[in-house]
Design a protein around this ligand. Structure first.
Ligand SMILES: Cc1cc2nc3c(=O)[nH]c(=O)nc-3n(C[C@H](O)[C@H](O)[C@H](O)COP(=O)(O)OP(=O)(O)OC[C@H]3O[C@@H](n4cnc5c(N)ncnc54)[C@H](O)[C@@H]3O)c2cc1C
Length: 404
């Protein structure tokens, strides 16, 4: 009795304040400029690396918090600063998660540090799953990985698309199909470092939002990599494929648990964008006068702000619950990780839209940040599983029915 608490610890609060300071003083002043430039914001990444915010050590410490909250706090503050810049800092974490989840301890030691480099030589990581014909349906990947026994090499061919840091990363983690007929259970992850012959950047995309984050195609044209760059190693893969062929595999459950565990930090970013818009709109509504009074004196405006605050707090609580469940090893009985990402991302789109409405014409123009936040928020209902896919996961989990 009496154990339940929603207060963050002094250590967590100190980390939150530190990241908030970086978001306020380094990210916010340059956010609009990098949105317009639509390029990787190297100076911001280097600044974050200098103070240890962009580093493997920091990610590892934040991820190992036994309550699970630190990574959510960090993600929220960075996205409050600016979501595009935040993605430039957090995108490498996707490659790290892929290596961490699938690699051997030796592979962790070899590749994880290379994802970040050093403050003097900053590196990026990329996690390459999506393809032109395989977005939500990751079981239909066409990128193939073939083992060449004679040389102990893997040969990868295919095209990946929408890849954060794609083609400019120092470490690409590529998910490819070894046995296509086994769907996701026939897939494996490979490390492809920068400079490997046959690895090329395709089209770089010009986007609606999150424009400070680089998104591009990655082309793998008969890329040959040494056998030891298969994450987890060949023996483990062969055993897994054999189990799958006998219909005994549980790897899709493992993948489900991994997605449920990583979705809260994406939800936390969405909470950060929504909070930024709410705070801006609240200040504006107190200042802006029409009909001889501040617009917040009208219930229509004040109640919208009340709803914004309520939904944002509810979204954060869902994020914290899922992050806590992941850290404590609780079972995601009802797709709680998906719930957090679904609700937080839809809240961000809604709240940023309401913020524009509260600001009228001033919300619609680029001299104020709210229109950028609205554009940035829009991707959160699409990547890392669309809202429809989150609803599919939740509805299947609560019903046990194979909903389609
Ligand atoms: C800025 C950005 C960054 C990204 N970064 C990465 C990255 O780093 N690495 C990576 O691998 N990928 C990345 N992605 C890809 C992203 O994860 C995919 O865009 C996403 O998974 C959706 O796939 P899709 O775009 O092919 O849409 P589709 O899967 O074609 O979906 C189209 C529509 O159909 C709906 N739909 C599909 N199937 C169902 C169903 N069964 N039931 C109901 N509705 C359904 C979807 O919800 C959606 O509304 C990124 C995308 C963007 C835009």
């Amino acid at each position: 009795m009496g154990d339940f608490s929603l207060s963050v610890s002094d250590d967590q609060d100190a980390v939150r304040e530190w990241v908030h300071g970086f978001a306020r003083d380094v990210m916010r002043p340059v956010a609009s400029e990098w949105d317009e430039r639509e390029e990787t914001p190297w100076p911001v990444i280097e600044e974050a690396a200098k103070i240890g915010l962009y580093s493997l050590d920091f990610l590892a410490t934040a991820s190992m918090d036994p309550t699970g909250l630190t990574l959510s706090l960090v993600s929220e503050e960075l996205a409050w600063g600016d979501a595009g810049l935040a993605m430039s800092l957090l995108g490498t974490g996707l490659a790290v998660a892929g290596i961490w989840a699938n690699g051997t301890p030796e592979q962790h030691g070899e590749w994880l540090p290379q994802c970040y480099g050093t403050p003097d030589d900053v590196h990026l990581g990329a996690f390459c799953v999506s393809e032109p014909d395989a977005g939500s349906d990751v079981s239909s990947l066409r990128t193939r990985a073939r083992y060449d026994e004679a040389t102990d090499e893997w040969v990868l061919s295919g095209t990946k698309t929408w890849i954060t840091n794609g083609g400019i990363a120092d470490v690409h983690v590529v998910v490819a199909s070894v046995e296509p007929e086994l769907g996701t259970r026939g897939q494996a992850s490979f490390v492809v470092p920068k400079g490997t012959p046959g690895l090329k950047m395709g089209q770089k995309f010009s986007k609606h939002g999150l424009r400070a984050s680089h998104t591009a195609e990655v082309i793998l044209d008969d890329v040959r990599i040494p056998g030891h760059q298969l994450l987890g190693g060949k023996e483990r893969l062969d055993e897994r494929l054999a189990r799958a062929k006998e219909g005994r595999s549980t790897s899709s459950q493992a993948a489900f648990a991994t997605f449920e565990a990583t979705r809260p930090s994406v939800g936390a970013q969405a909470v950060g964008i929504a909070r930024a818009a709410y705070e801006f709109a609240l200040d504006y509504a107190k200042e802006r006068r029409q009909f001889g009074r501040a617009i917040i004196e009208n219930q229509a405006i004040a109640f919208t702000l009340a709803d914004m605050k309520t939904r944002i707090d509810a979204a954060r609580l869902l994020v914290w619950r899922a992050a806590w469940m992941a850290a404590t090893g609780a079972t995601f009985e009802s797709g709680e990780g998906s719930m957090s990402k679904l609700f937080a991302s839809e809240t961000a789109v809604w709240a940023t839209g309401e913020a524009i409405q509260i600001m009228g014409g001033y919300g619609y123009v680029r001299e104020n940040p709210v229109e950028r936040w609205h554009r940035d928020s829009r991707i959160y209902t699409i990547f890392e599983g669309t809202s429809e896919i989150q609803r599919l996961v939740i509805s299947r989990a609560i019903s046990g029915v194979r909903i389609r």
